[in-house]
Design a protein around this ligand. Structure first.
Ligand code: COI
Length: 354
């Protein structure tokens, strides 16, 4: 298989007769469907990334003493490509992912690809796997960039070699069914305040949520949401998404304070809601505020915008409306997805055509 190398193709893709992978597009959830190619670029400690290439998707060889395996020197990103009704392929704000990866790389002492390298690599990966981008309205191609210390080492310190790798998978909905959250009040996702790693997409932030998530699921909940580790009074985020609560015409969301992941969907939803005339307050959001809210929803690349049906805090359960014309999250989701899929004119230049 030799990878296609074309970039910047301005010609509209032909929608009809497009070559598609032979899978059932209506069966997509959020699990890995291996595609044809992945992108790999390496560099030595102290150097800059320069040249990467597409290779067939498959296992990678890595030293057992690699920094990522032993000391967790690694980051990931997540973004999506959409196929529009008229056959274009669109990315949503990919430079934001490049910048977030750079901030994480600085924190973890890793070199990072430049914005252009990142975005070009994403475009190449999508083009090489074009037949895996779902038909319009049937899902998206989830793109997973990784940055990891892959050099062999034993003592503690930045890895001697780094790998930037992108793979992708067609996906549908992240959450199945309505969302019933349990508030986790014993385990924390990240240490509170600045100085920790809660605001970067370090791989080490994710496995620590498994214990609470597994326990909650075993008790019939969909997921957990975490509280701040300093006081246990304020909501932070769920395992894989940012949180919003709505009271009247005001939307509250935890501020980016070093603990909260600066979600790109979060940022876009704040702007869309503000444009619609809602007041968006970024600050500390207490458990009481959440329990007294009219509506609650979560956002993320994987989850998009999802209404929360209930939260349970200790013995108290609160139910929120998730359907009806007054539901704000549905309006926000429609606008966001409309922009992402090319159904709504993108006056903000958020979408990038491949
Ligand atoms: C994303 O939304 O891209 C994420 O990183 C969520 C992931 C933990 C499934």
């Amino acid at each position: 298989m030799s990878p296609p190398s074309t970039l910047g193709n301005d010609k509209p893709e032909s929608g009809a007769g497009e070559n598609y992978a032979d899978i059932n597009w209506d069966d997509l959830g959020f699990s890995l469907v291996p595609t044809d190619y992945m992108y790999v670029m390496k560099c030595a400690k102290g150097d800059k990334f320069s040249q990467g290439s597409l290779v067939p998707f498959g296992n990678i060889q890595i030293s057992p003493s690699a920094g990522i395996l032993n000391y967790g020197q690694g980051l990931f990103e997540g973004l999506k490509a959409y196929r529009t009704e008229d056959g274009r392929l669109l990315l949503f704000r990919p430079a934001e992912n490049a910048q977030r990866m750079k901030r994480g790389a600085d924190r973890l002492c890793m070199p990072s690809p430049s914005n252009d390298q990142f975005v070009n690599a994403v475009k190449q990966t999508v083009l090489a796997n074009k037949r895996w981008v779902p038909p319009p309205g049937r899902g998206s191609l989830y793109i997973r960039p990784l940055l990891m210390g892959t050099g062999a080492m034993l003592g503690l310190g930045p890895s001697p070699e780094y790998t930037f790798l992108i793979y992708c998978s067609p996906v549908g909905s992240y959450h199945k069914g309505v969302l019933n959250f349990k508030v986790e009040d014993k385990l924390y996702r990240a240490i509170s305040g600045n100085g920790g790693t809660g605001s970067i997409k370090s791989v080490t932030n994710y496995a620590p949520v498994y214990a609470a998530m597994t326990d909650a699921k075993a008790n019939g909940f969909s997921d957990v949401l975490f509280l701040d580790s300093a006081t246990g009074k304020y909501i932070e985020e769920a395992t894989a998404c940012n949180l919003f609560v709505v009271k009247g015409n005001t939307i509250f969301t935890p501020e980016i304070d070093g603990t909260i992941l600066p979600g790109i969907t979060r940022k876009s939803i704040i702007e869309i809601a503000t444009d619609m005339g809602y007041q968006v307050m970024e600050g500390a959001v207490s458990v009481e505020q959440m329990l007294g809210a009219d509506e609650m929803f979560c956002t993320g690349t994987a989850v998009v915008v999802n209404p929360v049906a209930s939260v349970t805090y200790k013995e108290t359960r609160v139910d929120y409306k998730t359907a009806g014309p007054e539901i704000l999250s549905a309006k926000l989701r429609t606008t966001l997805v409309g922009l992402q899929t090319g159904c709504i004119e993108d006056k903000k230049s958020w979408t990038v055509r491949i």
